[in-house]
Design a binder for this molecule. Structure first.
Ligand code: PGA
Length: 252
């Protein structure tokens, strides 16, 4: 069965105090989340150690970004190996904010995926079209290309450590979510692309992200090809985040 995952991407938000409060509160309630749901917290890298320590094994941690290089003279960067060393299980790659604000291309994303997989971690490749691309009828083609390029480096025995997050750029932080039908349609397309790459498409978790909240998560997670969510703003509120983690259909 595909893994169900809810991952909270804190972006550049937080403090030592917030880690204490938020991770504490999420952990307290983590027993109320379905046993097959993996709860992941992705704080700014500088707090990874504190989050892991406070999480005490009840949550998984993830890094928002790592370098495309293995190690060396790259001031300001952190490596995938360092993320593993700090106890991370997951690394986000190619988030739209990295692509748009930091000029990350598909080939940089591919190099990062390669590093993450080499370190034994799970790579969460983020993909998604802009509003202009959607309005021009190019959404599927843009996303397909991001998936093909970003995952071009994955070896046959590494697919079990690949997750895709579909995050339409126009839905991130805007309060606009794709409808459950539109998201399902794109997730199904992504699975077709993965299948075309000879990946085990039905075993790869595909998450949805973009203004997921407690009141829209259940409709999204009920779709057959949506295996969970990548949550930004709503992951900074413990109650809301936990309620999203509990929004899977009965039995999960
Ligand atoms: P949002 O962000 O939930 O605040 O829209 C999602 C993301 O960027 O991962």
């Amino acid at each position: 069965m595909r893994r169900r995952i809810v991952a909270g991407n804190w972006k550049m938000n937080g403090s030592k105090d917030l880690v204490k409060q938020l991770v504490g509160a999420v952990c307290e309630q983590s027993g109320n989340v379905g046993k097959d749901v993996e709860v992941v917290i992705i704080p700014p890298a500088i707090y990874l150690g504190q989050v892991a320590e406070q999480g005490g094994g009840r949550i998984t941690t993830g890094a928002q970004n790592v370098s495309q290089w293995q190690s060396g003279a790259y001031t300001g960067e952190i490596s995938a190996e360092m993320a593993r060393d700090m106890g991370c299980g997951y690394v986000l790659v190619g988030h739209s904010e990295r692509r748009q604000l930091f000029g990350e291309t598909d080939s940089v994303a591919a190099a990062k995926v390669e590093q993450v997989l080499l370190s034994g971690l799970v790579a969460v490749l983020c993909v998604g079209e802009t509003l202009a691309e959607r309005e021009a009828g190019q959404a599927e083609a843009v996303v397909a290309e991001q998936v093909r390029s970003g995952l071009s480096v994955v070896a046959d025995d590494q697919w079990s450590r690949v997750v895709v997050a579909y995050e339409p750029v126009w839905a991130i932080g805007t309060g606009k979510t794709a409808t459950a039908d539109d998201a399902q349609a794109m997730h199904s397309e992504i699975r077709k692309v993965l299948d075309g790459m000879n990946a085990p498409a039905n075993e790869i978790s595909v998450l949805y992200g973009g203004s997921v909240k407690a009141d829209n998560a259940a409709a999204l997670f009920a779709e057959p090809d949506i295996d969970g969510g990548l949550i930004g703003g709503a992951s900074l509120k413990a109650e809301e985040f936990i309620s999203i983690c509990r929004s899977f259909p009965a039995g999960v």
